[in-house]
Ligand binder design. Structure first.
Ligand code: CO8
Length: 258
């Protein structure tokens, strides 16, 4: 089935998913989130894809959940509706590496979806914020938790309580984004990173992700123990033998499990 509210492009082992409701600044409505979830499940099952880029357009990555769609909802509409529980969390459940390439507004649910990605590359025009307080609500898909872990309590409280936006330079200083580049370089930079990541061993990328993410749930001691066990387990893989042998033989590794 074709996609209408997103674009899905494959280039070698990299897939790019582009949110595509430009007239609504990519506001995240239920049909778009369903398409995003369907695309990610397709890409997770596709052994030919090693890394995904999630992006929007120059004006907006996504200006948040669709306010017009939500305005008349009651508690039970939101509680029972699986768009919150399943489709909105598809990015956090995705097991392969996924990079957010952000230009323009990443607000509310848009900022939250970007933070669900493994890291964010931003253009100089990017603006991040959790303005839900202005609408009489609070962030609803992880903003209070992920933003606080990313930038610390002081700045997270500042952003969530005032509803102000922070620009790309401030977001980089605060540790929310990995890199800031010129707007014209955004997709090339994201693609270069994605190609590099997709060239690694696929299962080892997935294990790396799992171990880093586990660190947000575990104590330091438990996290380090998990890392050590997973590190040790990699010595059962052909890709560990290939990676280390290639280094010694001064050649590029040819990972079997890509
Ligand atoms: N929802 C619906 N429509 C939107 C949204 C949105 N979040 N953002 C922009 N639009 C629409 C506007 O209504 C407008 O449509 P129209 O042309 O039909 O009037 C069009 O996009 C262009 O927007 P503006 O005219 O407002 O453009 P400006 O350049 O003047 O302003 C802003 C850009 C500052 C980004 C402004 O649009 C804005 O403030 N948008 C809302 C930002 C916001 O509050 N986001 C948080 C939403 S709540 C949320 O995300 C909760 C997440 C948790 C639950 C997730 C499950 C659904």
């Amino acid at each position: 089935m074709a996609y209408e509210l997103i674009d899905l492009d494959r280039d070698g082992r990299v897939a790019t998913v582009t949110l595509n409701r430009p007239k609504a600044l990519n506001a995240l409505n239920a049909p778009m989130m369903a398409e995003l979830a369907r695309a990610l499940s397709e890409l997770e099952a596709d052994d030919g894809i090693g890394c995904v880029i999630l992006t929007g357009n120059e004006k907006a990555f996504a200006a948040g959940a669709d306010i017009k769609e939500m305005v008349d909802d009651q508690f039970l509409d939101i509680y029972k509706n699986d768009r919150f529980e399943a489709n909105h969390c598809a990015v956090e459940r995705f097991r392969k590496p996924i990079i957010a390439a952000v230009s323009g507004y990443a607000l509310g649910g848009g900022c939250e979806i970007a933070m669900m990605c493994d890291f964010i590359i931003a253009s100089e025009t990017a603006k991040f914020g959790q303005p839900e307080i202005n609408l009489g609500v609070i962030p609803g898909i992880g903003g209070t938790q992920r933003l606080t872990r990313a930038v610390g309590k002081a700045k997270a409280m500042d952003l969530c309580l005032t509803g102000r936006m922070m620009d790309a330079a401030e977001a980089e200083r605060a540790g929310l984004v990995a890199r800031v580049v010129a707007v014209d370089d955004l997709m090339d930079t994201a693609r270069d990173a994605a190609v590099k990541i997709a060239g690694h061993s696929q299962p080892i990328n997935m294990i790396l992700k799992e171990v880093v993410d586990a660190g947000f749930e575990l104590s330091l001691r438990e996290g380090i123990r998990f890392e050590r066990r997973m590190f040790q387990s990699l010595f059962t893989t052909e890709d560990q033998k290939e990676g280390m042998t290639a280094f010694i033989e001064k050649r590029k590794p040819h990972f079997k499990h890509r």
